[in-house]
Design a protein around this ligand. Sequence first.
Ligand SMILES: Cc1cc2nc3c(=O)[nH]c(=O)nc-3n(C[C@H](O)[C@H](O)[C@H](O)COP(=O)(O)OP(=O)(O)OC[C@H]3O[C@@H](n4cnc5c(N)ncnc54)[C@H](O)[C@@H]3O)c2cc1C
Ligand code: SF4
Length: 587
Amino acid sequence: MATKLKPVDVVTIGVGWAGTILAKELAQAGLKVVGLERGGYRGQEMFQLPEAKYDQLKYDRHLELFEDLSRTTITFRNRTDEVARPMREHGPFPWGEGLGGAGFHWAGWTWRQTPWNFEIRSRTLARYGEKALPEHSTVQDWPVTYDELEPYYDKFEYTCGISGKAGNLRGIIQSGGNPFEGPRARGYPNPPLKRAYGETLFGEAAEKLGYHPFPMPAAQSSQAYTNPDGASLGECMYCGFCMNYGCEWSAKAVPQTTTIPPALATGNYEIRTHAAVTRINVSGNRATGVTYVDSRGREIEQPADIVLLTAFTWSNTQLMLVSGIGTPYDPATGKGVVGKNYAWHGAAPYMQLLYDEGHIFNPFMGTGALGTAITDFEGDNFDHADLGFVGGSMMVATQMGQGPLTYQPVPPQTPLWGSAWKKSVAHYYNRSFWMIGLHDHLPYRGNYLDLDPNYRDVFGAPLLRVTYDIGPNEHRLSDYMVNVATKIGEVMQPSHLAVFGLPQTFDAGAGYGIVHQVGGAMMGTSPENSVVNKYLQSWDVPNLFVVGASAFPQLSSFNPTGTVGALAYQTADAIKNKYLRHPGLLI
Ligand SMILES: Cc1cc2nc3c(=O)[nH]c(=O)nc-3n(C[C@H](O)[C@H](O)[C@H](O)COP(=O)(O)OP(=O)(O)OC[C@H]3O[C@@H](n4cnc5c(N)ncnc54)[C@H](O)[C@@H]3O)c2cc1C
Ligand code: SF4
């Protein structure tokens, strides 16, 4: 039988960006908050010895900081008539775990969505008519607008000390920034990072073609910085061991450097690691708390007045389904909402440029979010009449720090192994760079999450089953973007240019992928079209808030965490200023 603890005001399930932003805000407001994290402790200080940090095999190849897949995983299939199989390695869906979540070792690309992204359905219908949307797409507008979220984007950017150049200050376009972004109240807290050679070439080529390159907003601090809560960041050293690693300079904004210290300083916040939540306990339409298993295998019940499910898209959806909250989505009937509108980021286009001689790029240096971007082909920034798809891609030439164990660029006809391959890698490693496009991804009726009937996790709960394939809109978009990228690539005159789009069918056995899983507990305007309202409050259980990219109705071209941070700040505000005054449904 579970040991029952004393009640607290708030419990968060997961201690990543979403969980710690909420914990900080609510602890500062005087509430007693407990954060439950299934993984262990880790901090920047653990990366201060060179032998502890500069180990590419451990962190890039063996993905030491990721979820232990022998304890839990997901199962995957492309279509409903297939049997899903468990993910045994971190392939396309690497999954965070431990203090700070994936935010501890993220790359730091910190984007806002544009106003169009929030109103994709209505703006598409208004400009191009009903025919522009594919038949089986379940795309819908967000229940919040860009303008409503702007103050919360701003809050997240100042929490993190984002380095960047504003492109639109209160409606006035700024030279050198992103002219397509929504209006922002003020500039970034820190100036852009230094530029690397490859991205500079890309920027010049894009400009020659009439596009608008700008430095990508980055969560690596370009100078020493103290955030509004008094937490400090050091200056980035461009060490190149950034994504998948801790930062020994505390220059990367992660929960450990930005949100956890001020939350702990209140004396109102307690973090329990190795605490895996197995169930949200519900009585009637009220969450009474959660049950978790601790490091010694003991079952513990933590009662709480407010439950915050902040455990990332996979666990948010799985825990909703396992706890019987909300109506599971059924793709056959289109009824139900929990698990609906799942989408994932593929790379389209991906471009590799190799030079036989002349250019040296030093790809081993860099930082997780060092890049020059264009968004001329993102969203509805270009005319789609007669193109046959909606949306587009933002494209970034990036220098993230590419170690030789994972970066081995060779021209297409090179043998796959042996001395010719080695010679080619040795020659081109330092004479190459790359560009990646992340694309808008519509939701489809057949792409969804549910509980697997065959496989269970170490605690006996059904694994989350992912049913997913690339949709027709994304195929057409990908073909178009490959042409755009090829034209930019040709301007840079590489000796070898290769540009790739999306594969015909999504391959779950493919290598390490992009960690942007969205949907499953989406936000909307009513219980019929969503799991949570605009404050990420469950329609069914009003003292439960489900916070994270699970709330996205669909995926834009932009990495999600800027929007996750903004939504978390919005939820914190709604709890403090609305819910605590009138506990109950906020809408
Ligand atoms: C290598 C990598 C690079 C990335 N780079 C970028 C980037 O450049 N830009 C960007 O926008 N996004 C990036 N992301 C994605 C980004 O990290 C996530 O969007 C962000 O971390 C989400 O925050 P979160 O708090 O919602 O979830 P998480 O960070 O995943 O935190 C959730 C926490 O909940 C815990 N948890 C899960 N289930 C349970 C349970 N049952 N009980 C208790 N605890 C539980 C997990 O262990 C985890 O610590 C990257 C991700 C990875 C892995
Ligand atoms: S590149 Fe910069 S932010 Fe990243 S780990 Fe190195 S010093 Fe830290």
